[in-house]
Design a protein around this ligand. Sequence first.
Ligand code: BES
Ligand code: MN
Ligand code: ZN
Length: 499
Amino acid sequence: MTVNIKSIAQPELHKSDCLIVPVYTDGKLSSAAQSLDHAGHNNLTQLLKRGDISGKAGEALLLPHVTGIKAQRLLLLGCGDNSEISPADVKKIINTLLEQLNNAHIKSATLLSESLSVAGRSPEWLSEQIARAIALSSYSYNATLSKKPTKPSFKTLTLAQKPNAKLKSAAATGSAVGLGMNVARELGNLPANICTPSYLAKQAKNLARNNSALKTTILEEKKMRELGMGSLLSVTAGSSEPAKFIIMEYQGAAKKQQPHILVGKGITFDTGGISLKPGAKMDEMKYDMCGAASVMGAMNTLVELALPINVVAIIAAAENMPNGNATKPGDVVTSMSGQTIEVLNTDAEGRLVLCDALTYAERFKPQSVIDIATLTGACVVALGSHATGLYSNQDDFAAELIAAGEASGDRAWHMPLWDEYQPQLNSNFADIANIGGPEAGSVTAACFLSRFTKAYRWAHMDIAGTAWVSGPKKGATGRPVALLSQYLINKSLINKSQG
Ligand code: BES
Ligand code: MN
Ligand code: ZN
């Protein structure tokens, strides 16, 4: 999958398997489309007049033979109202384009993209989105299917536009983000009997193998015990799969520069433990490592783009199971921070693994720490599947991440982390309880984490509603890799401008 950018002076003379012509609801042809129309004796004008295509976003008309042009085929692509194409329209337009090309088994095509402009967004933004969509469309799950689905045919898109460095780098970014999302999707979709904590550790090692800027370290349970990670270990106590604490250090800038840290919840299966979950949809708890998967995906993007920035990824990987050694409701455990925790519900396990990872993060003296977790069903109730829940101990940090979400089309919504919610976590038998009662469950989960993140600039993303979709199209989405990548790109741009 590649996206090229190339000026095309006379589209009618351009050789291609398929030439894609944007058409708009106002029925006016762009100057490139006019050249084609002339060459074909007004064939396009006539088609539009006849109403064969109205120009609405999402419409398309494939013409297998067109006279007067060198391209094999012409795809008329409805792009909506030329003056106000929205980012949502863009998604529709690109998906239609890819569907049409793949259905016709076309491998490469040229989009006359010069006339396409999206309200409030730059041409770079558009080429990034197109490149990302193409990378995303190349993914299909097949690891455990005995009959492998046929791969989509489409590989190379040329954007007919005047090339420049910014446009090219935007396309490269889009591809790298799409590939990072695919990494996250695959890890998410793999079943829990394959994608175990050990499997995640192996993938992290693999990513570092061919990259000298990246170093992966795996801590075993023995080491976690020495470090005092009693909270994390209480989650894995009921499982036969060993927990893994994965640390990936990427150095793309001067060593002295403090790193940004990504922390991922890597529960490879969440049964709830002794506080066992009901059976319906329990299979979807294989997705409870999607925070970890998004961290791996973002690291993949980072490495691919060789960003000039230092980043540490930390993944707390464990399985939450109910055997005879399992932690029981009411048990009190001691976290690495020294704070004691009353485990009132063993199904609130994400915060128990994250708190020790967040304490461990302190040793890197980070510029910022973001944890990403499929943390609460309550977040799905609050925000549904469109926005990730975002919490931070610094409002300007939240604003930065919200902006990265808007820019990348991977949105988050700022949720409150007010002190008033904290007493819900009071315990008679420990410093803190691991659940805060029925009200504001996503907020109290964030409040729990906030007790362990006082030393640095911190944000928490609850991706319970955004990491995967249920129903007939069940599958991991790769969110919030795009948001995280955008944030790291923004941070490395600051580095670049400071020389
Ligand atoms: N992994 C779940 C959260 C979850 C549930 C995400 C459903 C997506 C869909 C988490 O470990 C959990 O079980 N949370 C509990 C917390 C409760 C016991 C306070 C929940 O949300 O019910
Ligand atoms: Mn749980
Ligand atoms: Zn969980």
